[in-house]
Design a protein around this ligand. Structure first.
Ligand code: ATP
Ligand code: MG
Length: 283
């Protein structure tokens, strides 16, 4: 049995549980209680506030955790980062009222900064030899300057919309973050084996994200050119069509390259192009 700590309610909860589900690990989400055992896999889920996850993994109360890298960096918890999860991307930045001119880190000398991340911030201030007062507040950090609580903020940014609507501008990014899978350092052999099984599945899911399955009809004498456009995992699958001189070509393609490749394939005579969602890629 392995125990994984997941955020109970918040931005990472749904995607963390979705990942478990896609990995074939059934957890009864209707009864989301403090601790839930999977019905079909030797894993139990511990639902926590995200702030508590790094410490609980570091002290062995949980074996694994899914948490924002920002929380790992802030707590300095002694955990191993096993995988980047590819969701929950954000950055943590310093922001100031937009009317003020920014002239570099010395701007913050003698100022007060509201944040939920005092450790990351104080390290940066020390590195830049800036003396500023850190005001730790746990929520609604972005309203601090307008409310007269602080001169600036250090907070999570994703689109930047929240900053703009609070009359702030981003001036320094101190940390880039995404959700990470963390593990304790002293897992038993049994737990390591369970983790390996989970990683095999997680990697297959991650691999499939951003990939598409593509199939098309193509004149047989164009196959060599098509293979150059679509290198595939080993090489594309080619099947003869009933119509003489035509083949069906199947491959996988990175979503980011999809349209470019489709245009090139059409250019050499591909027809009836179908693009399908991929569920898992097992290399
Ligand atoms: P909890 O109640 O569990 O303490 P919280 O309010 O501290 O939750 P959330 O807002 O749910 O935290 O965010 C959880 C994590 O999701 C953050 O630590 C960060 O890694 C990531 N995150 C937060 N805000 C954003 C955002 N706007 N865009 C993308 N990811 C974000
Ligand atoms: Mg939190």
């Amino acid at each position: 049995m392995i125990r994984i700590a997941i955020q109970s309610k918040g931005r990472l909860s749904e995607e963390s549980l979705a990942l478990m589900r896609e990995a074939g690990i059934v957890i009864d989400e209707q009864k989301r209680k403090f601790l839930a055992r999977s019905a079909n896999f030797p894993v139990e889920v511990l639902y926590l506030r995200d702030d508590d996850i790094p410490a609980v993994v570091a002290d062995g109360s949980a074996d694994l955790g899914i948490v924002g890298y920002n929380e790992v960096a802030e707590t300095g918890a002694d955990v191993e980062i096993v995988r980047k999860m590819g969701f929950g991307s954000c950055r943590i930045s310093l922001a100031i009222p937009k009317a003020q001119e920014y002239n570099g880190p010395s701007f913050f000398e003698g100022k007060s900064i509201a944040t939920s991340y005092p450790n990351i911030l104080s390290k940066w201030l020390a590195e830049n030899k800036v003396n500023a007062e850190i005001r730790k507040i746990m929520g609604s950090v972005e309203i601090a300057p307008a409310a007269g609580i602080a001169d600036a903020i250090f907070d999570i940014v994703s689109s930047g919309g929240t900053l703009v609507s609070n009359g702030l501008k981003e001036v320094e990014t101190l940390l880039w973050s995404e959700a990470v899978l963390v593990a304790g350092h002293n897992l038993s052999d049994e737990k390591k084996a369970i983790l390996d099984t989970m990683l095999f599945r997680i990697d297959a899911i991650k691999e499939s994200r951003g990939m598409k399955y593509i199939l098309m009809n193509i004149p047989s004498d164009k196959i060599e050119e098509a293979v150059k456009i679509l290198p595939a995992m080993r090489s594309p699958t080619v099947m003869p069509l009933a119509a003489e001189g035509w083949c069906s070509l199947h491959s996988v393609v990175l979503e980011s390259e999809l349209w470019d490749k489709i245009e090139r394939l059409k250019g050499i005579g591909a027809e009836g192009i179908l693009v399908l969602t991929l569920d898992k890629v097992i290399g």
